[in-house]
Design a protein around this ligand. Structure first.
Ligand code: NAP
Length: 273
């Protein structure tokens, strides 16, 4: 059982989508929320809703891709919240692009915000989380485990943060440090992630879940202590299927994607030259 009431929860990327939904869901259960993102107008709107349930909640406008600013932001957040019980590393960007078409700048951007930034923020906050027997939660993606089409760099970023979380959990265990570490891997939830510019079209044929589905998944790992959870839960079985027949699984992805491209009537990728 994890009771959110009175817990101080810092959620990055809380101006929209899963972060905003999680902020609302936890505020409704009495958590004090810290919201972080870049868009002030969107943060203000989420904060106003959150404060209806949790008046001590706070928001900070911060670009988490500015790695040099992360330590100072971490200190501000902890000072303003009066400590920290849960960090949810949720801020992230997609990149739908055929593998060989990624520009160098977008490779750097994806790795900075999806990998480097949450590692740096978590490192800056581990002492505070240790002081409260707290938790670090990473919002990954099923892409971390499943090699979806036209998302190779994004998948690499989510696999990297998943591997980091696993390694962190081991290292904290060796040190006897009582901080829980968890990764929640969403499948397809209806957010602005699928409408952001400078991305190829989504090839997914999965019916999106509402963003509120993230709330029970995060509460679930906080309560159970589990390292990893999937949203929806049925994705949990697929990594084992993939590991059991990697070549067959990847060939299946090729055939599925070829069929999707035909169905959608979009141009197949030009081979690299
Ligand atoms: N939706 C899905 O189906 C799905 C599936 C798998 C994984 N995910 C993961 O879920 C997380 C949330 O995504 P979402 O679907 O909720 O999309 P979203 O609505 O686009 O939310 C992304 C959030 O990240 C913030 N963000 C992006 N760059 C940032 C930066 N440099 N500094 C601070 N904040 C930044 C955005 O806020 P600002 O733009 O205001 O900064 C926004 O609040 C991401 O890590 C994503 O990879 C989503």
């Amino acid at each position: 059982m994890f009771d959110p009431s009175g817990r101080r929860v810092l959620i990055t990327g809380a101006s929209s989508g899963l972060g905003a939904a999680l902020a609302m869901g936890l505020a409704q259960q009495g958590a004090v929320i810290g919201l972080a993102a870049r868009r002030p107008d969107r943060l203000d709107a989420v904060l106003a809703e959150v404060r209806r349930h949790s008046p001590d909640s706070r928001a900070w406008v911060v670009d988490l891709a500015d790695l040099d600013g992360i330590d100072a932001f971490a200190r501000t957040a902890v000072d303003d919240l009066g400590g920290l019980d849960v960090l949810v590393n949720n801020a992230g960007i997609p990149k739908r692009r055929w593998a060989w078409n990624h520009r160098p700048d977008e490779i750097a951007d994806v790795l900075r915000i999806n990998v480097e930034s949450p590692i740096r923020l978590t490192t800056a906050l581990l002492g505070d989380l240790a002081a409260s027997n707290g938790h670090a939660v990473f919002i990954g993606s099923v892409a971390a485990r499943l090699a979806p089409p036209n998302e190779a760099v994004y998948s690499a970023s989510k696999a990297a943060i998943t591997a980091y979380a696993e390694g962190l959990r081991v290292d904290l265990g060796v040190a006897g440090c009582p901080v829980g570490v968890h990764v929640v891997q969403p499948g397809v939830l209806a957010t602005e992630l699928f409408e952001l510019p400078d991305n190829d079209p989504s090839l997914s044929d999965i019916e999106p879940l509402p963003p509120t589905a993230i709330v029970d998944a995060v509460l679930g790992v906080l309560a159970s202590g589990a390292t990893e959870a999937f949203v929806p839960e049925w994705f949990r079985d697929l990594p084992a299927v993939k590991a059991g027949n990697l070549d067959g699984f990847l060939q299946g992805a090729v055939e599925y994607t070829t069929g999707r491209i035909e169905t959608l009537g979009i141009a197949p990728p030009e081979p690299p030259t």
